[in-house]
Design a protein around this ligand. Structure first.
Ligand code: ADP
Length: 305
């Protein structure tokens, strides 16, 4: 039986100013999945974790992705998948993307890599559509490719990998629920021209900062005048966390994806660990449980084990 085991990383989408167009992959946490090829057109899903995700293919992002691969492959095949999730669903660090991207890469591998990277991204985006109602690739692209990704456009797909310094990433996941659909619904549909100008200045600054290893420029550009002011009200303690993390030496950061996780970038590990203490301190005082990670940018993306 043809079988493959993969590791699929968590991701931080948006990177503050780049709503829906920027994302990076994390070395921690990541999901593990095993996929085998079947000679019958069906998808069997097993969960090897306690998150009780649906096992019906149409309701699980990995299942939806595999169904779309089967349709496009046009062969008499099916898949059996075992999902071992370490990225908590709804955390804002790309849990659904890890399943979607991992399933797409693993399926392509079993089929002899007959599909291009762009096609694999397209398959995986079907999973994101199920999870959040919208096809977006700012988690999917870095999950598959590793590093920092710019999604310049999705029609047609235009993904650019951005070289970046080896930054440290501190993530806190306060254990509150922020539904991606709610976090999208509260956004304003119109922006002021002056805000748009500020925002695209920041995006260009952030990308340039990554490419030139210019830490100060990265820090200055991690500013969001459009999405964060609206969304941050869903995350208790957000303003205080951000201010204190910067005082502790973080370059900057903000909401990870649609939240509730918050991330901060730092130049070195000791600063990233200090930032973790500051984050914990705020949520201990507010009385909200949390998980934290101090990690680095994952440069490999989905890995065949
Ligand atoms: P995240 O940013 O952590 O991916 P989302 O809210 O975008 O969070 O996606 C999680 C949603 O997708 C949850 O409602 C979850 O039940 C659903 N879901 C379905 N299948 C999966 C899967 N294999 N992995 C993660 N989430 C899944």
């Amino acid at each position: 039986m043809k079988k493959v085991k993969i590791k699929s990383p968590g991701t931080v989408a948006n990177l503050v100013c780049g709503f829906d167009i920027l994302g990076l992959a994390l070395n921690e946490p990541s999901d593990i999945m095993e996929l085998s090829l079947l000679d019958e057109p069906k998808v069997i899903i097993h969960n090897r974790d306690n998150y009780n995700l649906p096992t019906e293919a149409e309701k699980n992002v990995a299942g939806v992705v595999l169904l779309s691969v089967m349709e496009k492959a046009g062969k008499h095949i099916g898949f059996e998948i075992t999902i071992e999730k370490h990225i908590k669903p709804g955390s804002g660090i790309g849990s659904s993307a890890a399943s979607a991207a991992g399933a797409a890469v693993a399926a392509n591998h079993l089929l002899g890599n007959i599909f291009s990277i762009d096609e694999v991204v397209q398959f995986a985006m079907n999973g994101e559509k199920l999870a959040s109602g919208v096809k977006h690739a700012d988690n999917i692209a870095p999950c598959i490719l590793g590093g920092v990704s710019l999604i310049r456009a999705i029609h047609p797909l235009d993904i650019i990998s951005i070289p970046s310094p080896d930054l440290f990433v501190t993530v806190i996941h306060p254990q509150i629920e922020v539904r991606t659909s709610d976090a999208r619904q509260i956004l304003k549909q119109q922006v002021l021209l002056k805000d748009a100008i500020r925002q695209w200045g920041n995006i260009a600054g952030l990308v340039t900062g990554f490419m030139k290893n210019d830490f100060d420029l990265i820090g200055r550009s991690l500013e969001d005048v459009i999405i964060e002011p609206v969304r941050s009200i869903l995350i208790p303690g957000f303003d205080e966390v951000k201010r204190k993390c910067k005082e502790a030496g973080a370059l900057g950061g903000g909401i990870s994806g649609s939240g509730p996780s918050v991330f901060m970038l730092s130049k070195d590990e000791s600063t990233a660990k200090g930032v973790e203490l500051v984050m914990k301190d705020v949520y201990n005082r507010i009385g909200i449980e949390y998980n934290t990670y101090v990690t680095t940018i994952n440069k490999k993306g989905v890995e065949i084990l």
